[in-house]
Design a protein around this ligand. Structure first.
Ligand code: SAH
Length: 213
């Protein structure tokens, strides 16, 4: 499937929509304008790719809503070459947005089907994560820690300690916390022991699951 002028036009509209909803970081908006979201979606949904909505992908998971992707990414305050850990690779759309912004991305997915599909698919579009791992995001990736930022793209029932421990001093963890509904939560590591916590409103994610299939 191709990326056409029509798709670019639809992406520009999408950028306007999420700007109206409050996203202002130019680098984030540029990334949303550049990543061909329709290529990350199942064929039945490609016509809706530039609506600001979540849609089903394989393994009963979802590709996050563009506004949510932009909101979380903005909170990470990414600089080029930052090492970012992503929990929940899913379709790879959020991964691509991070790479588009110059981040070095380490990403974990616990659904084998999605892991296999996205690992093959992302490089085809020219998006090369540093590492894509099939595994449990609750543990993070200690072998590549510490990170400049960590983003969790599934609803976490609690904040996993390993993720806080894998932040550099000054780094940020963006994680939706809760069961039915999640509160977007930002942690900034101030020192070895101190974390600043900000709560930034309600969102709805698929759950961050404990055991593998
Ligand atoms: N970033 C993705 C969002 C996918 S939805 C996108 O833009 O498409 C959340 C993803 O988190 C799902 O793919 C789900 O399988 C994954 N997930 C859930 N629990 C997980 C865990 N414990 N470790 C790693 N990934 C997990």
């Amino acid at each position: 499937m191709k990326d056409t002028h029509k798709h670019q036009g639809l992406r520009n509209q999408l950028v306007k929509t999420i700007t109206k909803k409050g996203i202002s970081d130019k680098n984030v908006l540029n990334a949303i304008a550049n990543v061909p979201r329709h290529l990350f979606m199942d064929s039945g949904f490609v016509d809706f790719a530039y609506q600001d909505k979540a849609f089903p992908i394989a393994a009963e998971q979802t590709i996050s809503q563009p506004y949510t992707v932009a909101f979380q990414t903005e909170l990470l305050k990414i600089k080029p070459n930052d090492q970012i850990l992503e929990i929940g690779t899913g379709s790879g759309y959020q991964t691509a947005v991070l790479i588009e912004m110059g981040a070095k991305v380490f990403t974990i997915e616990r659904q084998l089907e999605l892991f296999k599909k996205t690992k093959l698919f992302l490089p085809k579009l020219g998006y090369k994560p540093k590492k894509i791992v099939f595994g449990d995001g609750y543990k993070g990736m200690p072998e590549f820690a510490p990170f400049d930022g960590i983003i969790v793209t599934a609803g976490a029932p609690f904040v996993p300690n390993p993720l806080l421990a894998q932040l550099k001093i000054g780094a940020r963890l963006v994680i939706p916390v809760g069961d039915e509904v999640q509160i977007m939560t930002l942690f900034i590591r101030k020192s070895e022991k101190d974390f600043e916590k900000h709560e930034l409103g309600e969102f709805k994610f698929v759950p961050m699951l404990k055991e593998r299939n």
